[in-house]
Design a protein around this ligand. Structure first.
Ligand code: COA
Length: 325
């Protein structure tokens, strides 16, 4: 049997830091409120002129270096994002050109904050079927460009960043199980009204602030806890493993309270859960690959470890992936 194995990871966070204290200067909020409700202390914001493809490129170069693979050996790029450079062409195509790889398949995938999980799922299928040999899977966001900095219930949560992984065909176990889900009936819980065919850009849509992300935080919270838990349990069971077999759990870094609730429901010890949201906030589709890359570089995730990743996001989408590093 053939597996898709992660050979290398990379990540990139823009230098500029926006701290909770910075928000106090222009919003009716406090560091105390944000920290106690979310666990987030600061997030990164891309400077003007730095776009999603730029940070995706930085993360991808590092992932290729770790995988010891030249870009010319890639045969596909799948990039999850909700804040692409443009609606079209795809950011994956811009990345393909920046990396200077061949005229390979390259496409964006839209699954909200589950974007990287979904991209990994599709990539896993392509690699295991023999359709592809080496794929670059990316989650990248300059989500600050669609943030309403007058809406204190959303703008404090999100930050910019990118993460990438090179997956290749292998005889040894890599991705062992992968479960993705959606529930489109809940699309209104988290979305951006403007810019698509329903509400194209007009003076009115700009005045209505339709080109910014909108969210029903309370309902998203409830669904997030339920879906993260369900997907994680399913991925572990499909792999014929038990929760105690997991060496490291890397959940979507949206909110510390959500992670804690899921950790308790999975009966997982604190030291087996990787958390970095205090530094980056919710970087949407980049959150899991950034955390995975950091965990590997810090020695928290080692070769041979069993890793469980899980995410949820707009759509509503959710999913979990279990793999041997
Ligand atoms: N600072 C201070 N007060 C704030 C605030 C802020 N940044 N944001 C909201 N509030 C206020 C609200 O206006 C509300 O005031 P009111 O009671 O006078 O109406 C009060 O705080 C409580 O708001 P509520 O929405 O009940 O807070 P909460 O405990 O649900 O926390 C979130 C809000 C957004 C942190 C929480 O719902 C959440 O994390 N949801 C999940 C979001 C998520 O993960 N999204 C990403 C999905 S990929």
């Amino acid at each position: 049997m053939k597996y898709a194995k992660i050979l290398g990871t990379g990540s990139c966070a823009p230098d500029k830091i926006l701290s909770n204290k910075d928000f106090e200067k222009f919003l009716e909020t406090t560091d105390e409120w944000i920290t106690s409700r979310t666990g987030i202390k600061e997030r990164r914001v891309a400077e003007e002129g730095i776009n999603t493809s730029d940070i995706a490129y930085e993360a991808s170069v590092k992932a290729l270096e770790k995988a010891n693979m030249p870009a010319s050996e890639l045969d596909g790029i799948i990039l999850g994002t909700i804040s692409p450079d443009f609606i079209f062409p795809s950011t994956a195509c811009i990345l393909q050109s920046k990396l200077g790889c061949g005229n390979i398949m390259a496409f964006d995938l839209l699954a909200g904050c589950s974007g990287f999980q979904y991209a990994l799922h599709v990539g896993n299928g392509m690699v295991c079927s023999g359709q592809s040999k080496n794929l670059l899977i990316v989650g990248a966001e300059v989500i600050s460009r669609i943030m309403d900095y007058e809406d204190r219930s959303t703008c404090i949560l999100f930050g910019d960043g990118a993460g990438a992984a090179v997956i290749s065909q292998s005889d040894e176990p890599g991705i062992i199980s992968s479960c993705m889900n959606s529930d489109g009936a809940n699309w209104k819980l988290l979305y951006m009204p403007g810019g698509g065919s329903r509400i194209p850009a007009t003076e009115e849509s700009v005045k209505n602030r339709d080109h910014f992300l909108k969210m029903n935080g309370k309902d998203v919270y409830k669904l997030a806890v339920k879906s993260l838990k369900t997907a994680s349990v399913e991925a572990v069971e499909r792999a014929n493993l038990k929760p105690e077999d997991i060496d490291l759990f890397i959940p979507h870094q949206a909110n510390l309270r959500i992670i804690e609730a899921v950790r308790k429901r999975l009966d997982m010890p604190e030291e087996k859960v990787y958390i970095n949201l205090e530094k980056y906030g919710n970087t949407s589709s980049a959150s899991v690959p950034i955390a995975l890359d950091e965990a590997i570089r810090a020695g928290r995730a080692k070769k041979g470890d069993i890793i469980l990743t899980a995410a949820f996001g707009a759509g509503f989408t959710w999913g979990a992936t279990l793999f041997k590093l």
